[in-house]
Design a protein around this ligand. Sequence first.
Ligand SMILES: Cc1cc2nc3c(=O)[nH]c(=O)nc-3n(C[C@H](O)[C@H](O)[C@H](O)COP(=O)(O)O)c2cc1C
Length: 327
Amino acid sequence: MREIDPKSAAIKDVFGYILAGVAPRPIALVSTISPDGAVNLAPFSFYNGFSANPPIVAFSPSRRLRDSSVKDTYTNIVATNECVINAVTYEIAQQVNLASADFAESVNEFGKSGLTPIDSVAVKPPRVKESPFQMECRLTQMVTLGDGGASGNLALCEVIRFHFAEEILSGDQIDTQKLDLVARMGGATYCRASGDAIFEIAKPNGGAQIGFEGLPEYVRKSAILTAANMALLAGANNIPTFDEAKQFVEESRPLSIASSNIHRMYILDSDHHALLSLARTDSTIEAFERTAKKALDVTELDSQLTGELVDFAWKTLVYANTSLSSD
Ligand SMILES: Cc1cc2nc3c(=O)[nH]c(=O)nc-3n(C[C@H](O)[C@H](O)[C@H](O)COP(=O)(O)O)c2cc1C
């Protein structure tokens, strides 16, 4: 590992470490308006949500590296206390990039980027029509983090109105897949948060998980299971008994998986049932471990199935490692 003291590094390099290492970052497309009515639009990826009660989000319009001057967004929000934060989707990412160019103060970036301003309800700055999720905000606090080039100014904003396009909702909630957000990474790189890039991890419920230290040695020393597989096993509240495992494996009942996704349900059910039968024919610990691994690897497709798949994996492992190693 390399070690660097930021105080002895060039600001440009420190900026690069934070950009690449603290990523992916969501992007706030912020519209503000100057006291004399000039509309401004710019993206900020030093941005996140910090509180739901009250709803507080924050972004950081930093001082310019070249001359330590402040950006128009900073000047406007400090003067008026208002902004609109618009979510950045894949569809508008190129236009948002265009809006980030260093235009003169008087330039309206809506015109430059081709994005459409629409009236807000509770604040003066306009919303961006093409963004499917918009938040009208009031500045509650501006925290100055320095006064040199690339120093940040944390604008803490309270959301006073949410706006959602119908197309991104499933019921009353935002559907991440439909939203199709992009995020900023190091340099000029971005990532797209939809499709296969999205995976699920079931939340650990309660506090009774057996943990890594509770894993039997045959799991911890396995050459087949990864640390991620072991973490799933360690998230169980108990290990099945050999009798439970034996009954399950010998009966070889199809998994009674109920997924919201019918296609996935079919794949999981047929795959694992077949693998378990194969392991029984093969009768090696490795064959059973590979079957357990296969079940654990697919939990990220649908976190609702995690409990059942982990149970399947545990029973497969307990059966193999108890009955086969004692032969
Ligand atoms: C995706 C993206 C993210 C950005 N994030 C930030 C940021 O977090 N802070 C910042 O000061 N500038 C950021 N910028 C640069 C500003 O958008 C740029 O300096 C812009 O010209 C500022 O506009 P303004 O002077 O109208 O406020 C980002 C640019 C892009 C394309």
